[in-house]
Design a protein around this ligand. Structure first.
Ligand code: ADP
Length: 447
């Protein structure tokens, strides 16, 4: 097992990884930009190294600085968290080339899944169902139109290197194709430095259902059930729940077993997530994330399995400590992502936190780097806290969530707490009756 792990991230996820390390008796090294010198992830870590100025490309994305920090601190392994360098195959390769263990899958698996077309081809070979669409990149407007005529409008143009919902454009009919095609390519180029795009049938009212998987280096693989992440704004998840209110037991075990079998065939190691759209009883694979997800705690809440601990164990070469039949799913869990944003305009609101009082009690978990007096820098993601609530039933979970949101006090900055209060009052949400477009209709983005 490792003695010391460098955490190449910031905020709540850096704290989350630190906590798993300390429970396992592993020392932690935090890295931080000059803007994060007083951050909680730095204060709690055993050691910390400043790796550069505030812009992420000069600090949290600065590979030489991170590798130097690991060398100076004498770390054995590096955990990338999510975002930043977590799905960068070249980083994973550099980490291993410098003699550290990368806590994640192999660079080959990261690059395979980072290219959406290769990922879809792989998924097809692994026997996973796909959204109908172009088998490869699409190079001209004529091709988009031909596909629209063939699979039926509307279609969605997506970036091959996509992530975070960027570079995605819906095309309702042929005469919109030219504009959408050039916009999608320009957005993809700006976001990923790669303007390749592909086309998929645009599903009208799907749910986003994803399966948590875990594999080890000994050929074992399991699934830890699904998460329903259909509540999204601009393709970004806002609230997630497990299990999904939309699946029955047969659908649940079918997709879970398919995902676990795919992971086993791939020889994939570590934690990963297979994302699907689900409509009219059918699943369609859209992508695989080769890292820990923001919403992993709801899976932990219903399985009792510490996913970060498993990532660390698997990376050290240990076999999974359980088989599929040992995994027991119990109760219900919901996560609310709380952002430092105006709850109606969604304008980010960094600044000084004058008051911080998180909710507590049975079944309530808050993952956050906030504290009273903390000054939130404007350079990074606006998510400042995750509220994870669990209960024996969905109804108990909803009542507890309402109570927890009432208790949560964050002063000095705008937050989306009141947006979550609004969501959980809606009858459709209480009934579990929502798709990926529901939230945007509620907040007025879509008619
Ligand atoms: P990214 O990697 O940018 O997050 P994804 O492929 O994971 O892209 O898609 C993000 C979200 O976009 C999905 O959760 C879903 O809400 C929406 N989406 C993706 N593909 C489709 C599709 N074919 N039809 C309708 N919505 C889609």
């Amino acid at each position: 097992m490792f003695d010391k792990i460098l955490i190449a991230n910031r905020g709540e996820i850096a704290l989350r990884i630190h906590r798993a390390c300390h429970e396992m008796g592993i020392q932690t090294v935090a890295v931080h930009s000059t803007a994060d010198a007083a951050a909680m992830h730095v204060r709690l870590a055993d050691e910390s190294v400043c790796i550069g100025p505030p812009p992420a490309r000069e600090s949290y994305l600065n590979v030489p600085a991170i590798l130097s920090a690991a060398t100076i601190a004498g770390a054995d392994a590096i955990h990338p968290g999510y975002g930043f360098l977590s799905e960068n195959a070249r980083f994973a390769e550099a980490v291993e080339a410098h003699g550290f263990t990368f806590i994640g899958p192999t660079p080959q698996h990261i690059s395979m899944m980072g290219d959406k077309i290769v990922a879809k081809q792989t998924a097809l070979e692994l026997g996973l169902p796909l959204v109908p669409g172009s088998p490869g990149p699409v190079d001209s407007v004529e091709e988009v139109i031909a596909l629209g005529e063939k699979i039926g409008w509307p279609v969605l143009i997506k970036a091959v290197a996509g992530g975070g919902g960027r570079g995605m454009k819906v095309v309702n009919q042929a005469d919109q194709a030219a504009e959408a095609f050039s916009l999608a390519r320009a957005e993809a180029k700006a976001a990923f430095g790669n303007d390749a795009v592909y086309v998929e049938k645009y599903l009208g009212r799907p749910r986003h259902i994803e399966i948590q998987v875990l594999g080890d280096m000994h050929g074992n693989a399991v699934h830890l059930g699904e998460r329903d992440c259909s509540l999204q704004r601009r393709h970004q998840k806002v609230l997630e729940e497990a299990p999904s209110p939309a699946l029955n037991a047969a659908q649940r075990s079918r997709i879970g077993e398919l995902a676990a079998a795919a992971v086993r065939k791939l020889g994939y190691r570590g934690a990963g997530t297979m994302e699907f759209l689900f409509q009219d009883g059918e699943f369609y694979f859209i992508e695989m994330n080769t890292r820990l997800q923001v919403e992993h705690p709801i899976t932990e809440a219903i399985t009792g399995i510490d996913l970060v601990r498993e990532q660390i164990r698997v990376a050290s070469g240990a076999p999974l400590g359980f088989t599929q039949k040992d995994i027991v799913f119990a109760g219900h869990a919901i996560e609310c992502r709380i952002n430092a944003e105006h709850p109606e305009t969604f304008v980010p609101c960094p600044g000084r936190v004058t008051e911080y009082h998180p909710p507590g009690g049975l079944g309530v978990r808050v993952d956050s780097g906030l504290y009273t007096g903390y000054s939130m820098p404007p350079f990074y993601d606006s998510m400042v806290a995750k509220l994870i609530v669990s209960g024996t039933s969905r109804n108990e979970c909803l009542m507890r969530l309402r109570r927890s949101l009432e208790e949560f006090a964050i002063g000095g900055i705008d937050t989306t707490i009141s947006l979550h209060q609004r969501i959980i009052r809606q009858q459709a949400f209480i009934d579990g009756d929502y798709d990926i477009h529901w939230l945007e209709k509620l907040v007025g983005l879509k008619k």
